[in-house]
Design a protein around this ligand. Structure first.
Ligand code: ZN
Length: 141
């Protein structure tokens, strides 16, 4: 028997976490971040030089909308520069979003302390992440 099925309407947005090794991928990752900013109306996070939260390597975050998945994820497939990328939906269950609901491009990494992630944001008085775009794209993908 099948478990409870989710509706795609549960997805508020997506995250792409783009990981890098600071000793030799720093320039590559900054160039990739710039190429994204030039092509996609998305929310770009700062480049973290140290691991944060469940993320085992330095990374930067891209928050993008549900309709953008069809163009942004294929573009990342073609242009990820051999970096590992975690793409996950943002639903009410952050723990499932980072595990069962997740998609990896390149080599998957092992996330840390996943039990600390909430299994219901609503229960904590929070909502899943919405996109607040901060790029001004001028090029087509
Ligand atoms: Zn995330």
């Amino acid at each position: 028997m099948m478990n409870h099925l989710h509706s795609i309407t549960e997805i508020s947005s997506f995250h792409a976490h783009i990981y890098f090794n600071p000793s030799h991928d720093k320039q590559k990752v900054e160039a990739l971040r710039e190429h994204i900013a030039e092509r996609f109306l998305v929310q770009l996070g700062a480049v973290f030089d140290r691991p944060v939260g469940p993320h085992p390597l330095p990374m930067f975050l891209v928050v993008f909308s549900v309709p953008q998945f069809a163009t942004f994820v294929p573009w990342l497939m073609l242009n990820r520069q051999n970096l590992s990328i975690l793409v996950h939906p943002n639903t009410d269950n952050e723990q499932a979003d980072h595990t069962h609901h997740a998609l990896w491009l390149g080599t998957p990494l092992t996330l840390q302390q996943l039990s600390r992630l909430p299994t219901s944001l609503k229960a904590m008085g929070y909502q899943p992440d919405a996109v607040m775009p901060n790029t001004t794209p001028t090029l087509t993908a």
